[in-house]
Ligand binder design. Structure first.
Ligand SMILES: Nc1ncnc2c1ncn2[C@@H]1O[C@H](COP(=O)(O)OP(=O)(O)O)[C@@H](O)[C@H]1O
Ligand SMILES: [Mg+2]
Length: 473
């Protein structure tokens, strides 16, 4: 770009035959405009300063005010008070003080030496900024904060770009700033936050969770999210498909859900009907289930009974009731199907395959509002194997074989938004990605591990022979 006010040398053009020379007209920027532009920049810098460095500006202003009105003793008094206050904080709550100071220093360090330093090259190379010359088209870092496990970089977007542009470049951003992943949160118009984990919070297995006092079938605690919050799974009013290769930990999602439902099973307001074609996963806790099947014929019988009950209930509700509240007379019924493709695709008997597929399709398409839900586990999400996939509104992607399977499970664009289920470390069973209600960004989660001993404790306390209320728990 030409410098404002700089005189320009006319280009030397080849002299035409007639000897006429053409020169570029020289237009000088008036001095008053140059001055105005500098004053404007200075004013803008001073006005935005308190927003960019609030703590620094506040400290300087208050110190100056103390000196102005009270002189040097006033300033010394102020600093002494501040030192005593931070000393008291340090003595009374050393952990919170240390965390606060460490995280502030870390944020400053990461801001300067990681994000600001690599910002322009990473954004230009990943295609999120135009070029090295045009800084005004570069998205701006507004603030960097650090939590215990992640950096959060608040960014002001350039007009004409959208958060989706960043969502599709999360792999490049994560790589560019040396983080294992990157998540984009939309904050408001032209404002986003990029979250870069510094360590894997889900690296350690999570032991089976404590039972909730009150069971909320729309938010059962089954594990943890990457940010440390609880992963809550909705079962009432939806159907859930859990996909993952052998050993990816599908069993832990199923068992964590059953475990979280135990008080409701005990009080009779919820039932689990289990189908276990491999006879591996669910047989161990079969006394907890109202119905159990492990052969093809028995499985179809259970599924068809579920369809019948569901239709009876729908008929009773018709014209009177539009939604279901779990009661002892009308309990919530969860049909758990482990290795569902065994029934719908691999069973040698064509009749069994067809009937089970029909029953699953009927349950998933009509069961939601009358208190019937299906929780199914699946290894291979390809269409040929599972063409009922789209009947499940909620899905969990544990470790998958191929990158192309991610979008099959979590929906179009999920892999671009960072759901790298095909890259999950095989040593981390139970880790996966889910999409929470109302947000397109996938969330990394880990299911709690319910061990065989835990299942034994559960059957002892809540099986048919135990006293009501799980007294032996
Ligand atoms: N959430 C989890 N946390 C830790 N380890 C797990 C978890 N889920 C499963 N595992 C381990 O991985 C093994 C395989 O899990 P499993 O649920 O049987 O996989 P899948 O049903 O997907 O084949 C289990 O035996 C257990 O040792
Ligand atoms: Mg299994």
């Amino acid at each position: 770009m030409a410098k404002i006010g700089a005189a320009q040398t006319p280009p030397t053009l080849p002299t035409p035959a007639q000897g006429v020379r053409w020169t570029t007209p020289i237009v000088e920027t008036p001095g008053i405009v140059v001055l105005g532009s500098w004053i404007w920049r200075l004013v803008r810098f001073l006005v935005t300063l308190p927003f960019r460095f609030p703590v620094l500006v506040a400290t300087v202003t208050v110190s100056f005010a103390a000196w102005w009105w009270l002189g040097w003793p006033g300033l010394a008094g102020l600093w002494a008070t501040a030192s005593v206050a931070s000393l008291v904080w340090w003595r009374t709550s050393p952990d919170s003080y240390r965390t606060w100071v460490t995280l502030r220093l870390l944020a400053w360090w990461r801001h300067v030496f990681v994000y600001r330093r690599h910002w322009q090259p990473v954004l230009v190379i990943s295609g999120l900024a135009e070029s090295y010359q045009e800084r005004r088209y570069l998205p701006r870092i507004r603030r960097v904060t650090c939590s215990e496990w992640a950096d959060r970089v608040r960014v002001a977007l350039v007009a004409g770009t959208s958060p989706a542009d960043f969502e599709t470049r999360v792999a490049e951003l994560a790589h560019g700033f040396g983080a294992p992943s990157c998540r984009v949160e939309v904050e408001g118009p032209r404002k986003i936050t990029l979250e870069f984990p510094r360590r894997d919070t889900l690296a350690e297995p999570l032991p089976a969770l404590d039972l909730p006092d009150r069971v909320d079938l729309a938010a059962l605690p089954v594990g943890a999210c990457e940010d440390g919050s609880a992963w809550r799974l909705r079962l009432h009013g939806t159907h859930v498909l859990v996909a993952g290769v052998t050993g990816s930990g599908k069993g832990s999602v199923i068992w964590s859900a059953v475990r979280a439902m135990l008080p409701a099973i005990d009080s009779g307001t919820a039932q689990v009907w289990a189908i276990d074609p491999k006879r591996m996963e669910l047989s161990y806790g079969r006394t907890l289930f109202a119905q159990y099947a492990d052969t093809g014929e028995a499985a179809v019988a259970v599924l068809e009974t579920a369809v019948e009950r569901m239709q009876d209930r729908a008929e009773r509700y018709a014209g009177k009731q539009r939604s279901h509240t779990p009661t002892v007379d009308d309990p919530f019924v969860l049909v758990v199907l482990d290795e569902v493709a065994f029934l719908t695709a691999y069973h040698p008997d064509r009749d069994i395959r067809k009937r089970s597929e029909n029953a699953i399709a009927t349950l998933t398409s009509q069961g939601r509002s009358v208190g019937f839900a299906v929780l199914a586990a699946l290894q291979d999400p390809r269409k040929e194997v599972m063409n009922l996939r789209n009947l499940f509104p909620d899905k969990v992607a544990l470790r998958l074989d191929e990158a192309s399977q991610v979008d099959m499970i979590l929906g179009e664009g999920s892999r671009d938004r960072g759901a790298n289920a095909h890259l999950i470390d095989p040593t981390l069973p139970g880790v996966g990605y889910v999409r929470m209600e109302g947000s397109p960004a996938p969330v990394r989660v880990r299911a709690a591990y319910v061990s065989d001993d835990d299942i034994t404790t559960m059957t002892d306390a809540y099986g048919p022979d135990s006293p009501p209320g799980g007294a032996e728990w």
